[in-house]
Ligand binder design. Structure first.
Ligand SMILES: Cc1cc2nc3c(=O)[nH]c(=O)nc-3n(C[C@H](O)[C@H](O)[C@H](O)COP(=O)(O)OP(=O)(O)OC[C@H]3O[C@@H](n4cnc5c(N)ncnc54)[C@H](O)[C@@H]3O)c2cc1C
Length: 311
């Protein structure tokens, strides 16, 4: 088996792992980030870069370059309760360099961090490399076992960071206890077309016990529809027509786009909302960050999503 050595090995190239890898490499630490996929392409994954995240990018001297990537700016948060419209957030008041949320695909953010990392000689990113287990010497964790494109690889490290997301392999292997706080709802993600004259905004719509969120993404609306926990199977069993009618009753100005946009349930992506956290985030030689340490609901994500502040 091939053996590599590094100072810090990071399992998972999501926002937490990539930002952590970049920061450590920038501070002079030899870092190896392992990502199981061959690219960063994902649908509907944390496409919001919040003012706090943008502030970190600013402090790192990366903001100007980062904002050259195609993005949409959300300057206010709005809610409609029945027919009443309220602006509930105005990011213009924040003491941050960017007074808006930047909406861009998460893969653009991760590609950007990867490109910045690759400028540093001690940053190594191994794609298509899946962490399978950790290596222990007594009580101390001293690296990982992974499967790369060329076969098994052992990576020895002084520090192992688990940033492998909400279904963390290393969390399972570590035997650390997870506190499951539960969440009473799941979310359905879908897209609707944007038409001329639409408000370029972020709008939450509340009506008849339903919640529908519309995020303006220049050429489409990214929409979230809240459902009771585990309720998607019932919605599917009730059929497309009933589901479309529910959406039409709450989608306001976009109601007449539902039939055309929602041709089948394959257009809908289920986000199973989880809220949990490790009771202890570390063992000697091993640290958990990001969703692997604590998966937050989208509500918490809204308030504090920041790849740099581990979530
Ligand atoms: C469907 C969906 C929609 C979301 N929408 C939003 C949103 O609109 N706004 C928002 O703020 N947040 C959103 N989130 C939450 C946000 O995406 C996460 O909180 C954030 O991505 C967590 O970052 P992370 O790096 O900790 O984990 P992840 O992003 O999950 O990254 C973990 C990485 O580790 C890799 N990996 C996993 N296992 C292994 C392994 N064994 N070996 C190597 N690599 C591995 C994965 O491929 C992945 O790239 C959404 C989440 C989901 C699931």
């Amino acid at each position: 088996m091939e053996t590599l050595s590094t100072t810090c090995v990071i399992a998972g190239g999501g926002p937490a792992g990539m930002m952590c890898g970049y920061l450590l490499a920038r501070a002079g630490v030899d870092v190896t980030v392992l990502e199981k996929h061959k690219d960063f392409l994902r649908d509907f994954r944390g496409d919001t870069a919040h003012p706090s995240t943008l502030q970190v990018m600013h402090e790192l001297g990366l903001l100007e370059e980062f904002l050259k990537l195609p993005h949409t700016r959300g300057r206010t948060g709005n809610i409609e309760i029945g027919d009443e419209h309220f602006t509930i957030a105005d990011f213009g008041y924040l003491p941050t360099a960017a007074k808006f949320i930047a909406l861009m695909p998460q893969w653009d953010f991760l590609d950007f961090l990867a490109a910045q990392g690759r400028k540093l000689p001690n940053f190594h990113l191994l794609m298509q490399t899946q962490v399978k287990d950790m290596i222990a010497q007594g009580e101390r964790i001293c690296g990982v076992l992974a499967m790369g494109p060329a076969g098994n690889v052992q990576i020895k490290a002084e520090l192992t960071i688990a940033a492998d997301g909400r279904h963390s392999t290393l969390r399972d292997k570590s035997r650390l206890k997870v506190d499951d706080l539960g969440a009473p709802f799941d979310m359905l993600w879908l897209s609707l077309p944007v038409l001329p004259g639409d408000p370029a905004d972020l709008i939450g719509k509340v009506r008849d016990g339903q919640l529908f969120v519309m995020i303006y993404r220049t050429n489409y609306w990214q929409c979230a529809y809240l459902i009771p926990k585990g309720g998607f199977d019932t919605i599917k069993a009730d059929g497309l027509t009933k589901f479309r009618n529910r959406l039409k009753s709450i989608a306001g100005f976009a109601a007449d786009r539902i039939d055309e946009a929602i041709k089948d349930f394959d257009r809908i992506k289920l986000l199973t909302v989880a809220v949990n956290r490790l009771k202890k985030w570390a063992r000697p030689g091993l640290l958990f960050i990001g969703d692997a340490a604590h998966t937050m609901s989208p509500i918490g994500g809204w308030a504090s999503t920041s790849p740099s502040r581990t979530r």
